[in-house]
Design a protein around this ligand. Structure first.
Ligand code: NAI
Ligand SMILES: C[N+](C)(C)CC(=O)CC(=O)[O-]
Length: 321
């Protein structure tokens, strides 16, 4: 089974916050883009959003031939997808709507054109159920702003061919993205499951009168948020365990998981869970020592802090703002 991975024409269905981000990214990578959105005034709104992002994309560097003029807005789904090499749907998050839309998109598309959906939580096995050639259909869940953030979660459904997942990964890489294959089809995938847990706790903190939204945002942006741009939670906590790394961290802080810090019940700390976490993080560490990783972390933090400070100054803000 083979799918188109050398793409020249990108189709975008739905051109709101996320659809317009995809359009901007695809145009900046020198593609022809065809877009469709049923809302009145959608074309003007899309062109405005692309123009607003273009200065940033120029700073980042455009591909040869990249131009906003290569965007064509069309009146029907069929016209949007019929010549497309890759199709990305970014329509409202409603199962019935996506089911109907994908049956139309897939019937009109070339059979070897991959179809991606931006859904942040619906399951591909459900909304691709009525699609023609569902083996080429995947989720490609991006992050806002799509034209800058590299992460895209790629998820297959029960009909998706494993080759289609790999082909979609190639296409997203060709758009400068960092695809993450989510191997199990679960609601919220990986990233939103984490973000929603944080979000839920943040809402509880506000609801309980513990902190304001600003205080909660400060707790993120002056602390863990600075680290998260270059190191995830597992490696960060490996360093919090000192030279003994994750094993020591689990021994020291594991019992605290039973304290009522969150409204989410903690999983039982079985030996298997501890081993999985220790082994996973030592694989992430590779041949680097804890001290080398600490130097890497500190260099990244200095770079992020400097970049944030300089950019805030450019906008008339102090670092503490
Ligand atoms: N907003 C976010 O932070 C993120 C959203 N997503 C996902 O992206 C998708 C789109 O979300 P947003 O862009 O935020 O929504 P939005 O509301 O900004 O845009 C949705 C667009 O779809 C159009 N639309 C309405 N009916 C349609 C139909 N039948 N077919 C095609 N388009 C139709 C609307 O006119 C609108 O322009 C959703 O599946 C959402 O879960 C994914 C990542 C982040
Ligand atoms: C709020 N959201 C679940 C739609 C957010 C995302 O899916 C990703 C993001 O950009 O945070």
């Amino acid at each position: 089974m083979s799918f188109i991975t050398q793409i020249k024409t990108f189709a975008a269905l739905g051109s709101g916050v996320i659809g317009s981000g995809w359009v901007s990214r695809a145009l900046a990578h020198g593609l022809d883009v065809v877009a469709w959105d049923p809302a009145p005034g959608a074309e003007a709104a899309l062109r405005k959003r692309v123009a607003n992002a273009w200065g940033t994309l120029e700073k980042q560097g455009l591909a040869p031939g990249a131009s906003q003029d290569r965007l064509r807005f069309v009146a029907t789904i069929e016209e949007c997808v019929k010549d497309a090499d890759f199709i990305q749907e970014s329509a409202p998050e409603r199962l019935e709507l996506k089911l109907e839309l994908h049956s139309k998109i897939s019937a009109a598309a070339k059979p070897d054109a991959l179809i991606g959906s931006s859904t942040s939580g619906l399951l591909p096995s459900e909304f691709y159920e009525g699609s023609t050639h569902p083996q080429r259909c995947v989720v490609g869940h991006p992050f806002n702003p799509v034209y800058l953030l590299p992460l895209v979660e790629v998820v297959g459904g029960k009909h998706t061919a494993p080759e289609a997942v790999q082909a979609a990964i190639k296409v997203y890489e060709s758009l400068g993205m960092r695809p993450l294959h989510v191997r199990k089809e679960v609601p919220g995938f990986i990233a939103d499951r984490l973000l929603e847990a944080l979000w839920r706790e943040a809402l509880h903190l506000v609801n309980d009168g513990v902190a304001t939204t600003g205080e909660i945002d400060d707790a993120i942006r002056f602390g863990a948020g600075l680290r998260w741009s270059f190191m995830g939670t597992f490696l960060t906590y490996t360093l919090a365990g000192g030279d003994a790394g994750m094993r020591h961290f689990m021994a020291q802080f594991g019992p605290a998981l039973q304290l009522p810090w969150t409204y989410l019940p903690a999983p039982e700390l079985t030996d298997k869970l501890i081993d999985d976490v220790v082994e996973g993080t030592s694989e992430q560490l590779g041949s680097r020592s804890i001290a080398a990783l600490e130097r890497y972390r500190d260099d990244c933090l200095l770079a992020v802090l400097e970049a944030v400070k300089t950019t805030k100054a450019k906008h008339g803000m102090s670092f503490a703002d």
